[in-house]
Design a binder for this molecule. Structure first.
Ligand SMILES: C[S@@+](CC[C@H](N)C(=O)[O-])C[C@H]1O[C@@H](n2cnc3c(N)ncnc32)[C@H](O)[C@@H]1O
Length: 218
């Protein structure tokens, strides 16, 4: 399995050269794959780890207007590509959360060797449902789990914001928004835009639509 993983990473790195260059520039290794579990219709539908292309991640962060006042949280961060990209875009604090401890161990090792190691970047091996979102201003989701968990996360985000007395609105960027109806029906989020998938030259990475919301609670 390890040999397969190594081979897969090598192939991806060759076929996604811009992402390989970004990894090298940032001093991290974010190519990889980890299987998910469950499936549509099950509460515990956890998606596999596969990173988005840096070009897409930066496009999403820029569209969301990430800046030095932001606390960005990637729920389902894997090896941390989005986290490092948000750090590079100068977010005040970036948090990455993943259910799989080995991915978080590798993400932490990435941080230790990265040019961003002195920034406020934190990784947590935990279920998204156990992460406090009270201070988060930009929530990044790349279809990490199914609609039930998503609904619970969104309700918890609202409760966390109330407990923290959040004064800034929460923006949400949802890549491959399979369960977007959950956000549309939450009652305290309004849709604020949509970005179509765009093909990328010299890359075999998959591309997805991204949808954006903003909270109406502050
Ligand atoms: C599609 S990958 C996203 C990778 C990364 N965010 C990116 O955009 O490149 C989905 C990730 O969500 C994680 N995940 C799935 N269910 C989760 C849960 N309940 N809590 C935390 N992480 C979860 C998986 O382990 C996987 O690494």
């Amino acid at each position: 399995m390890l040999t397969n993983l190594r081979k897969r990473n090598l192939t991806a790195r060759l076929r996604q050269p811009a992402d390989e260059l970004w990894d090298r520039y940032l001093g991290v290794h974010t190519f990889g794959y980890h299987p998910g579990s469950g499936g549509p219709g099950e509460r515990e539908w956890y998606m596999h780890y596969i990173p988005s292309s840096y070009r897409d991640v930066f496009a999403v962060l820029d569209r969301a207007g990430v800046g030095p006042d932001d606390v960005v949280t990637d729920l389902g961060c894997g090896l941390g590509r989005v986290v490092f990209a948000a750090g590079h875009r100068s977010a005040a604090r970036v948090e990455g959360v993943d259910l799989v401890p080995s991915l978080i161990d590798a993400a932490k090792a990435n941080l230790a060797g990265s040019r961003l190691k002195h920034r406020d970047i934190r990784f947590h091996a935990r279920n998204a449902l156990d992460h406090d979102l009270g201070m988060t201003t930009l929530l990044y989701l790349f279809h990490p789990f199914g609609p039930e968990i998503l609904g619970e996360v969104i309700e918890k985000a609202r409760a966390d914001r109330r407990s923290a007395g959040a004064r800034r609105s929460l923006r949400i960027a949802y890549v491959n928004p399979v369960a977007e109806s959950v956000l549309n029906e939450a009652g305290w989020l309004r849709p604020v835009g949509d970005m179509p998938p765009r093909p990328e030259l010299f890359s075999n990475a998959l591309h997805y639509r991204t949808a954006f919301w903003e909270s109406t609670d502050v």
